[in-house]
Write a protein that binds this ligand. Structure first.
Ligand code: GLU
Length: 374
């Protein structure tokens, strides 16, 4: 079972209610100082951490003097624009004493749903994590309209976890997990430490509990939705109380949390998605050497490609066949069909000369390949 101690890549969602002191309307530096120490502890153990942080609208509305009234969408977007820089500043200041470098990433729903765009975003986040940076992600509220926005960062965090193959998603909440009923109203409510299966009964428990969140947007229902998205991608979800100085340490010391267990691993879920859910848009016919390399877990290089069929774009799924027409694998192309045709048979050093730019050596990276059975 994935736990806080064993996870390799952890996405932690921090809501506005934790980060913004509602009375003053500014960032809660005391909480941030303690929380960043908690995150630094995970990093010191070699774990990669990405933070999904809300708070831009809550900080910005105060900065713009908009008070506590209901905001129109343009006012929310203006608040996000004014607040996002305050939010980043607060994170930078809090992480700096721990020697942790942060980087801002603002995403829209398209960035997590359109394959070509998320491949790009994934490459950037991967690079940051490999460089030891802690990315701070938020929705790009300033440019998204109501119809196309996530609106809540629980689901955004789940999509990010899916995108980067995280094995643990932590949702810091105003309650220490999932209860059979709202514990503030029902004395018989029972806490559930582990959810092995997201049954309709479990979904129904999201109803009343955790509804009293005044600053952020998500309640327990969106947390369960997030757990479903993450679980489908092989990522466990942990929900716990955020309003304490070191919530991660508290959970490791045995404080209450609910863990939603996935039924697969991130790598297996990703390969299955490539193999089963995407309609291939083209075919790459490869030579015998490439077949051996692919079966040994290597990437597909242009040198091994003999023919390119179909019209596919960057990020589309393609079939890989041998010269006899047998399916060897499926994968996501890093070049479109026209480019693939121009670089087929070329050694990697010839690719840049042929295209005038370089997008990395493999035509399909090993991470984005699912081998056919047999
Ligand atoms: N993206 C919004 C913000 O930064 C918050 C969304 C949420 O609260 O989940 O204010």
């Amino acid at each position: 079972m994935t736990s806080l101690a064993s996870a390799r890549r952890v996405v932690i969602k921090v809501g506005s209610a934790l980060l913004v002191d509602w009375d003053s309307g500014s960032a809660d530096h005391a909480w941030l100082t303690a929380f960043t120490a908690d995150v630094a502890r995970l990093r010191a153990r070699g774990q990669q951490v990405l933070v999904v942080s809300s708070g831009s609208i809550a900080l910005g509305r105060r900065r713009l003097g908009l008070g506590a009234r209901r905001l129109s969408l343009p006012e929310k977007q203006a608040s996000a624009a004014a607040g996002q820089s305050l939010l980043m500043h607060a994170w930078e200041q809090a992480f700096a004493p721990h020697g942790v470098t942060t980087a801002q990433i603002l995403l829209t729903r398209d960035d997590t749903e359109i394959r070509r765009r998320w491949l790009n975003a994934r490459a950037t986040v991967d690079a940051l994590l490999e460089l030891g940076v802690t990315p701070i992600v938020n929705e790009n509220d300033t440019v998204v309209t109501e119809e196309i926005r996530y609106g809540d960062n629980d689901r955004l965090a789940a999509r990010v976890a899916q995108m980067i193959g995280a094995d643990l998603l932590v949702l810091l909440s105003d309650i220490d997990g999932l209860y059979t009923a709202d514990p503030r109203r029902d004395p018989n409510a029972r806490h559930l430490p582990v959810v092995a299966e997201l049954t309709p009964e479990i979904e129904a428990m999201g109803g009343g509990a955790n509804a009293g969140d005044g600053v952020g947007t998500g309640g327990m229902a969106t947390k369960i939705m997030a757990a479903r998205i993450a679980g489908g991608a092989g990522c466990a979800t942990l929900v716990t109380l955020g309003r304490r100085p070191a919530p991660l340490q508290a959970v490791e010391a045995g404080e209450r949390a609910t863990v939603f267990e996935p039924h697969t691993t991130p790598a297996a879920a990703y390969k299955q998605w490539i193999a089963g859910s995407l309609a291939p848009q083209g075919v790459l016919v490869v030579d015998a050497g490439a077949v051996v390399a692919l079966r040994a877990g290597k990437s597909l290089l242009p040198a091994g490609v003999r023919a390119v069929e179909g019209r596919f774009g960057k990020g589309d799924a393609v079939l890989i066949r041998d010269a006899d027409g047998r399916e060897i694998a499926r994968g996501l192309a890093r070049y479109d069909a026209g480019e693939a045709d121009r670089i087929k048979g070329l050694r990697s050093d010839g690719v840049e000369a042929a295209l005038g730019y370089f997008a990395g050596a493999p035509l399909i990276h090993a991470d984005d390949l699912a081998l056919a059975r047999g």
